[in-house]
Design a protein around this ligand. Structure first.
Ligand code: ATP
Length: 249
């Protein structure tokens, strides 16, 4: 993929395979295009008026940008969780979980709705804390709980891929740990791609890692990608070594 804002090239011919059943982390200094890359993966980049792109995003060999494929299909199969938890604050916890179904036009029979809410909250690691107050507003939960509610909302649509843009950067260490555990449990059924500035987090949660970098006035590109452990212990490129060891960025 290449991506622009106006005539500013921000990603230059970036290519990455993110295998199913694997957590891939995207690391790199601020402004190198990680979030842009992530937003391209579920067609959110095109919501910005000046944004354009070239290339393709293949899932099972089919391009999500194929004009014959409805946009809603990509949004349903590729969910996203943002840096700042964004549940609907006045909406109940229950309704928050199923809100994505309405937005994507997914019909779920009344009888199975309770089950779906429960299973989504269990998968997001929140069920035990909210089972007795499902009708309370989502905005009444702590920051970490709200983020897990957002994960449950994404999971209720049964996505194949979950994109996470610095999902723990606004959270305390305990909530962060719970979300990291949730990610490791989910990865068997949902492929996860996470942007993180936290090198320990990248090492804890991801099996594959990609290091993005943009030189002065240059577009972002991938310097190196591969097995996370190898990238941290024995990187190929000296710039990767400097970054993962905290010498810049
Ligand atoms: N809406 C926008 N309009 C114009 N330029 C943008 C927009 N969003 C991002 N950019 C530019 O695109 C480049 C990549 O930004 P992006 O947010 O993808 O980087 P990032 O690596 O995710 O940064 P960070 O780690 O700080 O979140 C930057 O030069 C940024 O200024």
């Amino acid at each position: 993929m290449s991506a622009w804002f106006g005539d500013h090239l921000v990603l230059d011919r970036v290519s990455l395979t993110m295998p199913a059943g694997v957590v891939t982390s995207l690391i790199g200094p601020s402004g190198c295009g990680k979030s842009t890359f992530l937003r391209i993966l579920n067609r959110m980049h095109e919501l910005i008026p000046s944004a354009s792109l070239a290339g393709e995003v293949l899932i099972d060999g089919e391009d999500i940008y194929d004009s014959a494929r409805p946009l809603i299909e990509a949004r349903k199969s590729i969910g996203m969780v943002f840096q700042k938890p964004n549940p609907f604050p006045a909406m109940s916890i229950y309704d928050n979980v199923i809100s994505g179904l309405k937005l994507t036009g997914t019909r779920v029979h009344r009888d199975t709705r309770d089950e779906l809410v429960e299973s989504s909250l269990i998968k997001a690691g929140l069920w035990k804390e909210v089972r007795d107050r499902l009708r309370a507003p989502g905005g009444g939960l702590s920051g970490g709980q709200q983020q897990r509610l957002c994960i449950a909302r994404s999971l209720a649509v049964k996505p194949r891929v979950l994109l996470m843009d610095e999902p723990c950067s606004a959270l305390d260490p305990t909530s962060t740990r719970v979300i990291e555990e949730t990610m490791l449990e989910l990865v068997n059924e949902v492929t996860i791609v996470i942007v993180t500035h936290n090198m320990q987090q990248a090492q804890r949660v991801s099996q594959q890692c990609a290091f993005f970098l943009a030189g002065q006035g240059q577009p972002g590109h991938i310097v190196e990608h591969g097995d996370t452990e190898a990238m941290f212990s024995d990187p190929i490129d000296p710039r990767t070594a400097d970054y993962v060891n905290g010498r810049f960025g």
